[in-house]
Every structure is written in C-alpha cells, then in structure tokens.
Write a protein that binds this ligand. Structure first.
Ligand SMILES: [Zn+2]
Ligand SMILES: [Zn+2]
Ligand SMILES: [Zn+2]
Length: 280
C-alpha cells in the first residue's frame, strides 16, 4: 500500500501520521445553492462562497482518502478539489442528496485493484442495493467497469476503523422518521443532517476541537437545526472552532459570517481544515 503513488504523502514523522486534512466538497442544502430558477440575492451572488453543492467531505489521511457521502455533485466536486482517488466511502444516511452520486466512484476500483469499500449501517446497504440494483445483478457484466464494483463493510454505533483511523459514530435524530450518524475522527466531528443529538451522543462529542454541524437556515425546520439551535449545541460542546453546513439560500456568506459568535464560522465548498486523528 505504502508504495502507491496515489496515496497521500507518507512521512516518517509520528505527529504528521496523525494529522489529516478535511476537504469540504459540498456545504449546501438538498437542492443546492443557487436553487434552480431562484433570483434572490444569495442565488445570484458573485461570492463563490454562496455557491454550495450538496454536502460531503473527504478526510485525507496518510493511508488514503475517505469520502463521507456521495452527493449527486460528486464528479464535479472531486475534479474541482483535484482529488484523484477515493479509497473508501462512509455514509451518514441514505437521503438522495447524500447518496445519488455513488456511480461516480466507478473508476476507482481499477486503480485500487479491488471493489470500493462502503462503510454503512445495514439499512443503508439495503437502500443502496435497491437504488443501484444494476451493480448487484447476477448477469455477467459486458465489460469491466460497466457497473460500480462495491463492497459493503457493515458498521453499527460502535467505534470502528477505516484506512487505519479510528472512527466513533455519533447517533443523531434527523426529524421524526430518520436517524443519521455523525462521525468523530480524533479531535474533529462531522454532524450534518440533524436536529437532535441525544445526551449519550453529546458525551461522544466531548472535547472535540473542531465541530461541523447542520444549520440549514434561520427559522426552525422539522429535520434540520436552524442557526440558533446549532449555536446552542456548540455552546454546550464548546469546541475551539465550529463550522455550520447544509446551508440554504437564506444564508449570505459574508453578512452571516460576520455576525456569528467568536469561533463559529460558515463552511463553504473548498474549505480545508487540518485535524488531529490521535487526539480524543
Ligand atoms: Zn442532506
Ligand atoms: Zn435563492
Ligand atoms: Zn438528510
């Protein structure tokens, strides 16, 4: 593995091995910003930070690139951020805006030499098998790569390892009918698509340095935190820095960012953060 030129720069430094980079591929709500046909100030803004594709991150670790969710914008996101290869995929939940770009991983098994590992809960696997039924057909493929080569790695609410890194799932509510997982990687936690974090899960977020959290808009919403609710959670967890994501077109980057409390920021497409995988 370590001789693969497509892996991230290996170093002999123990601390460097523990540091990773988070790349925000997308930070927008399910329809994206601009919203098709909308002529509001944010949707017509020339500020690139107001252009938000659907939510995903890549965690660039020494042993490879871990993609969290496969939104419909995946191909353009990976090209934009110049990420040539994904080594594993991890899913927060099965909503369309987090899943329907999965076919875009079709090239990677050629370069990896094995199917793409998909880390997800059983009910997400079932959904993927239904939606991407052509990838699981018994029929002999007409040519290599005609369908995505996918391998499931089931996860639960217990800690697990992916690409050599420890991941702690953060079970959360996402409206009345859905549960999602946030994930903690060392001193960093990614908690999108939620409007309720149970107390057991709040314990799992204790001591995080960087928290990414859902904040759709200013008014409350049935399945997402609004800005005020997200700030209440941030006040309880008290990370050094927090980033709001899954933002809709009510959020103008410049004006909202300048009014947020100290240490709280808006995420934007292309934002990169350095995190420490060893700290927890
Ligand atoms: Zn979403
Ligand atoms: Zn708009
Ligand atoms: Zn969702």
């Amino acid at each position: 593995m370590s001789t693969d030129p497509l892996l991230n720069e290996p170093t002999g430094d123990k601390n460097a091995a523990a540091s990773a980079e988070v790349v925000f591929l997308g930070t927008g709500t399910s329809v994206g910003v601009p919203a098709i046909g909308c002529e509001c100030d944010v949707c017509t803004s020339s500020d690139p930070r107001n252009q938000r594709t659907r939510c995903a991150i890549v965690v660039r670790m020494q042993n490879g690139n871990l993609l969290v969710d496969t939104p419909p914008d995946l191909r353009t996101q990976l090209l934009r951020e110049k990420i040539p290869l994904v080594h594993a995929v991890l899913f927060t939940h099965e909503h369309v805006d987090h899943l329907y770009g999965l076919d875009d991983v079709r090239l990677f098994p050629f370069r990896l030499g094995h199917p793409m590992p998909l880390y997800c809960e059983r009910h997400i696997e079932e959904r993927i098998r239904r939606v991407y039924d052509y990838a699981f057909s018994d029929r002999e493929p007409t040519h290599p790569g005609s369908t995505p080569q996918l391998d499931f790695v089931p996860i639960t609410h217990d800690r697990f390892q992916v690409l050599g890194a420890d991941v702690l799932p953060i079970p959360m509510r996402h409206g009345p009918h859905f549960n999602v997982l946030g994930f903690r990687f060392g001193d960093f936690a990614y908690c999108t698509d939620t409007n309720g974090i149970p107390s057991e899960s709040m314990k799992r977020l204790r001591g995080v340095d960087t928290l990414v959290i859902d904040a759709l808009r200013f008014r409350p919403h049935p399945t997402h935190f609004c800005v005020e609710e997200a700030i209440e959670v941030i006040d309880e967890i008290r990370p050094r820095r927090a980033y709001l994501t899954h933002l809709c077109h009510e959020i103008d980057h410049e004006t909202v960012e300048s009014n947020l409390p100290e240490g709280v920021h808006l995420a934007y497409d292309g934002l990169r953060l350095t995190i420490d995988l060893s700290a927890e």
